[in-house]
Design a protein around this ligand. Sequence first.
Ligand SMILES: [Zn+2]
Length: 477
Amino acid sequence: MRLFWVVFIFLTSSVLAATSEPINPKPIIPAPITPELIVPKSMKATVEIVRVADALWRAEYCFDTPVEMLKFGRPIKAMRATHWSTPTKGLNLTHTDGTAQLQPTVGGTFSCGIINIIPFTDLPDEADYYVFTPFSDGSMTLFTGHLVPTAYIGGVWYDVDFTATYKARSGERVVAAEPDKLGYQFVYFGALAVVETKEAILIIDPIMPASVREKILTGLTKTNALLPKVFGYRVPDKYQIFMAASNLEKNNGTSIKGGALSHQIRFTLVGRGTLRLAETQPLFYPKLAVHETLHLWQNDVWLEQLSGPRQWVHEGGADAIAYEIMRLSGLYDAAAYTSKWQSVEQNCAKLLGSTSVHGGTEAGYYDVFYECGAFANYLVGAALNQTDPGAGILIFWKAMAAWDKEIIMNTDNEGLFFLTMKKLGLRDVQEQALRLFLSEQPDNPEKAIASIKRVFGVMPSKSPVQAEAQGAAQPAL
Ligand SMILES: [Zn+2]
């Protein structure tokens, strides 16, 4: 039992940690430019990323306007200081808390600089994407978000618009969402076959067992079929799916990560436990695939604004809608569906014993965004449809998707959630209760959950804490 729990915790946290979204560095507003110092407001540059050898990549950055410094700000503590170096004469790479700066050793400016990169294949502590994921044949995908620098020139930091070239070794191919951009994407370097289906472009590790592959594809296909019916949304043509597997025989552990970016999903499996899971929890992989496909929808509809700054909004939303997709597609029967929502509530209560929802990142409990985030959706769903909160969740997300571009671009993700509650007629007292629930760690999580369920009118029959909620249901709205 104890062993099971350890594996479960590891599995859950690695799956959950997997889906953290890219941290887009906010542009720093340039100071007024004096006539003597004319620099472009939006800097353009080129980068060439080359797979030089099995375990060596090279990134060469070149600027039309010489720069004083490049800063790679998205931190990964265990990576850059040990896996990055510069062979460019006169340049120096320095490291601070997982970030790095490239600059001339003796001051001044430079136009081109090279960084040599040894692939870092560990799971980042920061709940970030894997930087590199190896396939069993030696090919790899690279997440380019850690290679995006800001540039310093004349006292001002600039975001840079990079035109990119990706080069694999001879006999290998490159597959990217935007092959001529740096940005935030997965880029594949290798010789595996590319399979095109009606919906997607697939690169699947040959050692990925058919049972896992088929379960993932089932989740993707069911979601693609239901999104037009439920939300009037069609997933983008030919999105890219990468499935990488390693150490399925040698390593007895279990690490499963899904990561979604715009028009791309990457699944990474490490360890033998990933195979056992396909047998012991047959609906685990389909649900994971549904969750990731919902991120494609979120990235598209909310113009990638939904992913920050409050993770419970997009992760909890993706989980909550995933349960509805699983139910509507018949993958969950009534018992599995009810039991899923009961475990969401119980897991949320457990997590609130260690952290608040907002404090999840700081406390290192990323699961709280998924479990309590989904629970928050359930509350809102219950207020909108007391007898079928799941149907209420879909009403809620249709209204979330109906905001115009300007509101989406100018409202943070949590703000949009509350704005939608208001639009749908939820009461102030419900908004206040949810705000408190998200920001404070309760002394007694079970009691706090029972209490907020009363505020949102959750019917006692839907509750695993029936005794406390008995007879306390309020009319919705
Ligand atoms: Zn996710």
